[in-house]
Structure formats: structure tokens, C-alpha cells
Design a protein around this ligand. Structure first.
Ligand code: GLN
Length: 282
């Protein structure tokens, strides 16, 4: 079987089994197993795949056809131009979340050396992108899941990011410490919607998705205690689910009486990030 034959076969199987991006997924698996780029695949499509490669390719194809996300199969996800290890212990980084990181980077660009806290870090994609892209940031990553923190630690090593990694339930992981910027992409799906999620998402950890009855449980807790963990002039930026921005902004305004606050839209025009900045001290 040639490379082109396999790609055609895989695309057919994935289309039949209802995968949303059959062509892309087939190509990613082939790139990974064959150690080739997208361009190589095009120009060397007539090459035969070896029996060992075919076994690996078909093993991946079977997992993908059964609904497992391609990022878990390849154990990697691209985010902010960086590569993260991912597996079923953590949520797969989403492009939407780049809006959160970009806003955090803008916030940091107006500051010198800053202490940054990433709550619910999961794979570490948010905090580690900040650590990699904002050299003056001193980043702490926390999560309630020890499994997730192992993945975050692996990613920190791979990216040579010098970060502090702490286990605990939200701020409990950091005691009484204060920060200049707090970021989080907490679980925010309303509990009742969990069952209706795409088949792929149901492979991801429920803990990373479940935001309680109305999706806002974690935001209430994050907002309630944020005054005890921000330095004067500090800011908080949170990713939110569709339609949640007004409620989460209200929670932050009630908790902080901020000097300034607002919402940022993602590339689809959805209010995706809310932020609030406290008054500077004298
Ligand atoms: N911070 C991680 C991410 O954005 C994990 C988020 C989560 O587990 N809710 O992907």
C-alpha cells in the first residue's frame, strides 16, 4: 500500500465514522508515523509504507474512528506556536484559549517583573505559554488534579520553563501569596450539558469541563477569594464559556470594585475572556 492509498483509505474510514476533520486527522497520523511533513506526503505519495508503519497507522486509525481525539493518539497539541504533551489526564488546549494568553501578554507588556498565577493549569498550556513568551513573568501553575500536574511538569521540562508547580484546590495551593496577574481557564460547562458534548470531548477529563449546575461554580470561588491574592494594581483574566461573560464580569466587579474591567472577543466574535484590574496602591 502506498502513502496515498493509505491516506485515501483512512479518510474514507474517518468520514464514515463521523469524524469532523477526516482529511486533517489522517494526514497528522501519517506525518507522525512516517516522520514526514505535509509537503513530503504530497510529493512522496507513491512510496510504499512498510508493514511496521502500516500496523502503527492502522492502530491509530482504529482509535480515531472510535472517537478518541487525534491529539491524545499523537500525544501532542499545538498551542501558541508551542508543542504540548497531552494525554487523557488533561484537557486538550483549544485555539479559543489563545485569546486568554494573548490578553495576558498584553497585560504583562505594561509591567516589569511580575508574579503570575495560573489556576486550573491542566496541561500547563496557559501558564507555560506565558512563561515562554513573557520573559519577565515568574509563573506559578496549580491544579487540583495531581495527574494533570504531572503532565504540566513534563511540559515545563520540555519547554525549559522555570515555573513553580503546586498542587491544591484553587488558591489553597498558594497559601497567602499574592500575584500581579491571575489567569485561569477553569471548567465552565453547565453540568447538564456534559452528556450532550461531542463524542471526542467525552474522552476528556470531566473534572476539567464540569462547571456545576450553571457552569459558574468555579468563577464564584475564584472571584470570592481574588481580593486576597492580587497585589495593588494587579489583574485577573479568565476564559469564559459562550454567554457567560456578563455574569462572570459581574462576579469580578462585585468582588474587586476594579479600576477597570472588560471582555475580549475571540476570533469567532464570542466574548471569550473577561478581565479586571485593581487600583494601584500609593
Ligand atoms: N488551563 C488548561 C487549558 O486551558 C486546562 C483547563 C481546564 O482543565 N479547564 O487547557
Amino acid at each position: 500500500m502506498t502513502i496515498s492509498d493509505w491516506l485515501r483509505h483512512a479518510q474514507g474510514v474517518l468520514t464514515e465514522t463521523g469524524c469532523p476533520d477526516p482529511g486533517i486527522d489522517a494526514r497528522w497520523m501519517a506525518e507522525d508515523v512516517l516522520g514526514m511533513t505535509r509537503v513530503d506526503l504530497k510529493f512522496e505519495g507513491d512510496r510504499e509504507v512498510t508493514p511496521a508503519q502500516l500496523t502503527r497507522l492502522n492502530g491509530m486509525l482504529a482509535r480515531r474512528a472510535a472517537g478518541e481525539p487525534v491529539q491524545y493518539i499523537l500525544e501532542r497539541a499545538d498551542f501558541m506556536g508551542l508543542i504540548f504533551h497531552v494525554d487523557k489526564r488533561v484537557l486538550i488546549p483549544r485555539q479559543d484559549t489563545e485569546t486568554l494568553v494573548e490578553h495576558a501578554l498584553i497585560e504583562l507588556s505594561q509591567r516589569g517583573e511580575s508574579r503570575v498565577l495560573d489556576l486550573c493549569t491542566g496541561s500547563g498550556c496557559v501558564g507555560l505559554s506565558i512563561a515562554s513568551l513573557a520573559p519577565l513573568a515568574r509563573v506559578t501553575l496549580t491544579d487540583i488534579s495531581r495527574d494533570a500536574l504531572e503532565v504540566a511538569r513534563m511540559n515545563a521540562g520540555r519547554l525549559s520553563a522555570d515555573v513553580d508547580i503546586r498542587h491544591g484546590d484553587l488558591y489553597r495551593a498558594v497559601g497567602r501569596r499574592r500575584f500581579d496577574l491571575i489567569v485561569s481557564n477553569p471548567p465552565y460547562i453547565p453540568h447538564i450539558q456534559l452528556a450532550d458534548l461531542q463524542r471526542e470531548v467525552r474522552h476528556e477529563p470531566a473534572l476539567a469541563l464540569d462547571g456545576g449546575r450553571d457552569g459558574l461554580d468555579l468563577y464564584r470561588r475564584i472571584a470570592h477569594e481574588v481580593p486576597d491574592h492580587l497585589n495593588p494594581g494587579g489583574a485577573i483574566c479568565l476564559e469564559v464559556g459562550i454567554g457567560e461573560a456578563p455574569d462572570v464580569l459581574a462576579l469580578l466587579r462585585d468582588a474587586l470594585s476594579p479600576a477597570d474591567s472588560g471582555a475580549v472577543r475571540d476570533l469567532n466574535g464570542i466574548e471569550r475572556v473577561v478581565w479586571a484590574r485593581t487600583r494601584a496602591g500609593n
